[in-house]
Write a protein that binds this ligand. Structure first.
Ligand SMILES: N[C@@H](CCC(=O)NCCCC(=O)O)C(=O)O
Length: 250
């Protein structure tokens, strides 16, 4: 039997600690792994591993990683004060995610960060965040509407970027469900999409040896446009090309 070797993408997940008689849960929206499947990749879920050695062994088994969205990164872990608007993610998830992101970056594992996942890449590599857009950027458009999960805004794209390859020119509207955003961008990245109010909506690595992208919007969500799936196709292609380049260099 000829075994097709699909590009394997490890995906982190959300986590809920045990509550009374309710057991602890690992869970994630199916759209994250379905988007990888639709793009021709093979998704595997990475549970919140505590040991760094286990994370290294898990990364030996995948070609790339997708960091999903979710609740807020705890700003105190980055030396900032807690903000009243912060709804921190489960500590077990955040501890794993932060170690995973650091090891992924150190090993130059191809990565796609979505929402909180993009924010995590940025703080892991020395950037920081606006903790609450309405306070930090009072002139910003609304980036979250609790009454409208389909809330959207337009984007302005960087010429020559992956984002422009996917979306081309013309007006582009994406979903928006966040109250934090990238403030200082980490070294080794450039912004490839902004909301017209200046809020960062996509980033790409500028390092030739690391294929790393991030979107603040959610191309996997039900509210995404038909073109958004192309981002996942570009990601899977980029991961495959990165891995082939490493094999040739070896
Ligand atoms: N909490 C952060 C990141 C926003 C984010 O990832 N939202 C996704 C929510 C849906 C999901 O859990 O996938 C912020 O608000 O900036």
């Amino acid at each position: 039997m000829i075994r097709m070797s699909k590009t394997v993408i490890g995906i982190n997940a959300d986590y809920r600690a045990a509550q009374g008689e309710k057991p602890a849960l690992t869970y994630l929206t199916a759209a994250y792994y379905d988007s990888i499947l639709q793009a021709g990749g093979l998704p595997v879920v990475l549970p919140p591993l505590a040991e760094e050695a286990d994370i290294h062994q898990a990364l030996d088994l995948v070609d790339g990683v997708m960091l999903i969205g979710g609740a807020d990164l705890d700003p105190r872990r980055d030396g900032w004060m807690l903000h009243p608007s912060v709804r921190a993610m489960a500590p077990r998830r955040e501890s794993f995610d932060r170690t995973l992101a650091r090891v992924v970056a150190d090993r130059r594992v191809p990565v796609f960060g979505i929402g909180a996942g993009m924010q995590l890449i940025n703080v892991t590599r020395g950037g920081n965040l606006h903790l609450h857009i309405p306070e930090d950027v009072p002139t910003a458009l609304p980036h979250k509407d609790n009454l409208d999960p389909a809330h959207r805004h337009t984007l302005e794209l960087r010429p020559g970027s992956l984002m422009e390859r996917v979306f081309g020119d013309g007006e582009l509207r994406v979903n928006s469900m966040h109250h934090m955003a990238i403030d200082d961008l980490a070294p080794g990245f450039h912004v490839t999409a902004r909301c017209p109010d200046g809020i960062v909506e996509a980033i790409e690595s500028t390092s030739p040896d690391w294929f790393a992208i991030g979107t603040q919007f959610h191309p996997e969500a039900d509210t995404a446009s038909a073109l958004d799936v192309r981002i996942f196709e570009e990601f899977v292609i980029g991961v495959k090309e990165s891995r082939e380049a490493v094999r040739i260099a070896a």
